[in-house]
Design a protein around this ligand. Structure first.
Ligand SMILES: NC(=O)c1ccc[n+]([C@@H]2O[C@H](COP(=O)([O-])OP(=O)(O)OC[C@H]3O[C@@H](n4cnc5c(N)ncnc54)[C@H](OP(=O)(O)O)[C@@H]3O)[C@@H](O)[C@H]2O)c1
Length: 323
């Protein structure tokens, strides 16, 4: 059910008739996921972005169920939940028990074996992908009977692994337990290889990538648009690191908006879905006030000119760098 404050959605051309809300709440590194999801839903958000590796699928699912119970006109189909399969099974013995533990060495020292390369084994197989998806779904609780969008979190375990995992995800769509499937951190080459492979009959509905004025992945975004693959921008606020940019602040001042709102509005006008994270109720609301105004062409151009290409990215995640 839409209300005045409900952000609009756009179609997912590769998963008709499904649409994706243009604004979602990201919950990576959230220290109070349950409360933040409730704040976001109360502020009109209808899209949540979680992942196995965030260790907060249960809190996300529980908050959605609680919100639905207390807001009877709103139904499960009004809310869009995205989660992601990690490259190894985080329920195995010896894995970090929670997100906070990953910041410290495991008991006995060394490093956590949370990557396929370190563990020497991956969940990106046909069978393990199905099991992994079921773990995600079950962890969200009884109120969540399906996931709207399920992603392969990264292409890193390599071509055979990602193809096999994709074949598993296609079966999940057939079962109705996921409405759409997609990828994250994939390059054009990864996607082209996948869709040319035998047995692949679903094109990814989205590619979730780092995207903000300083890292625009122009070639990749253009390719995704051509293919009807919706681009979802992660870290759209640069995790707060570039919001003091003088160009952004000057534009924000003229529009009477905040730097975060200007950056998010620029992403939307670039045709990209945004999933900013915040654990602060007032920022969750601020980040949702993106409609009823727009950036003029010349201001869009000034922000677009801030692109630093791949050197403007925040972390290690360079889609082109992986096999
Ligand atoms: N697929 C992937 O590999 C991948 C990778 C990274 C992220 N993601 C997804 O994308 C989501 C968003 O990315 P992100 O969490 O990396 O970063 P982000 O949304 O760009 O930034 C979040 C940071 O900005 C702060 N912030 C939020 N709103 C603000 C505002 N209005 N003014 C000033 N600061 C503000 C937050 O602090 P407070 O919480 O204190 O407000 C937090 O420190 C994630 O939560 C996750 O769902 C996906």
């Amino acid at each position: 059910m839409a209300s005045e404050s409900t952000p609009p959605s756009i179609p997912l051309p590769q998963a008709p008739p499904l649409s994706i809300p243009l604004l979602g709440l990201g919950v990576f590194q959230s220290t109070k996921t349950h409360a933040s999801v409730l704040s976001a839903l109360s502020a009109g958000y209808r899209h949540l972005d979680t992942a196995q590796i965030y260790y907060n699928e249960p809190a996300t699912g529980a908050a959605v169920s609680e919100f639905l119970k207390s807001h009877p006109p709103i139904s499960r189909s009004d809310i869009f939940i995205c989660s992601k399969l990690w490259e190894v099974d985080l329920s195995l013995p010896g894995m970090p028990p929670d997100f906070e533990s990953m910041a410290h060495p495991p008991p006995g020292g060394g490093v956590w074996n949370t990557t396929a390369a370190r563990l020497g084994y991956t969940s990106y197989t046909r069978e393990e992908a199905i099991k992994g998806f079921n773990r995600s779904l079950e962890s969200m609780g009884a109120g969540i009977e399906y996931i709207d969008l399920y992603l392969l979190h990264n292409p890193r375990p390599g071509p055979t692994a990602r193809l096999q995992a994709w074949l598993g995800l296609q079966e999940i769509v057939k079962s109705g337990k996921a409405k759409a499937i997609g990828v994250s951190n994939w390059s054009k080459r990864h996607i082209e290889e996948l869709i040319a492979s035998e047995g692949v009959y679903i094109t990814p509905a989205v590619n979730q990538i780092e995207f903000h004025p300083w890292c625009q992945h122009r070639g990749l975004v253009g390719y995704c648009k051509e293919k009807g693959i919706v681009v979802v921008a992660y870290s759209p606020l640069t995790q707060g690191t570039r919001l003091g940019d003088p160009v952004i602040l000057e534009i924000a001042g003229r529009y009477g908006k905040t730097a975060a709102q200007v950056v998010l509005r620029w992403c939307l006008q670039m045709g990209v879905v945004v999933i900013p994270k915040s654990d602060k109720e007032e920022r969750i609301k601020e980040n949702s006030e993106l409609w009823g105004w727009e950036l003029a062409g010349e201001d869009m151009d000034r922000i677009t000119a801030l692109d630093e290409g791949i050197s403007g990215k925040l972390g290690e995640w360079d889609p082109d760098a992986w096999e």
